[in-house]
Design a protein around this ligand. Structure first.
Ligand code: DQA
Length: 146
């Protein structure tokens, strides 16, 4: 049976394509989600894509959709650097999780260098732009099959 992956995007990622293009690139979230869906079909994976600007809604989605999924890809955006609540929701799920960032957070301001998620993630992709989501999907496919 096809495995299911929950893909979570945090605040301001709905603004991709309009927001700080030099940092995040010109690709919109809709375009990213379309390429994820395309890749998921090729990999025989089901994906659910969810974005919210609200921390509680991200936690709610992890609680509701997380238990039925086999793995998680999350770009918590600004909540990466602040949210114990999202960390706790992921820890409770205990599913293989890939943390992803479009930009290289280690090349930027000091406050972006700490993540509340990285030490409970299976792996982290940072700085590879929109393609990072596809790489994360490929990685999860391998992790779930090994
Ligand atoms: C981001 C990096 C975060 O520091 C920032 O707050 C974002 C996006 C990224 O994808 O590069 O909103 O997660």
């Amino acid at each position: 049976m096809a495995k299911s992956i929950l893909i979570i995007n945090g605040p301001n990622l709905n603004m991709l394509g309009k927001r700080e293009l030099n940092i995040y690139g010109a690709t919109t979230l809709e375009q990213i989600n379309n390429s994820i869906q395309e890749r998921a079909i090729a990999l025989d994976l089901n994906v659910i894509c969810f974005q919210s600007n609200n921390e509680g809604e991200l936690v709610d989605k992890l609680q509701q959709a997380g238990p039925g999924c086999d793995g998680i890809i999350i770009n918590p955006a600004a909540y990466t650097h602040t949210s114990v609540a999202i960390r706790d929701a992921l820890a409770a799920l205990n599913k293989p999780t890939i943390e992803i960032h479009l930009s290289n957070i280690f090349k930027r301001e000091d406050f972006r260098k700490h993540s509340y998620i990285s030490d409970i993630a299976f792996g982290v992709i940072s700085g590879l732009g929109a393609n990072g989501y596809i790489l994360a999907l490929d990685a999860l496919k391998n992790i779930l099959e090994s």
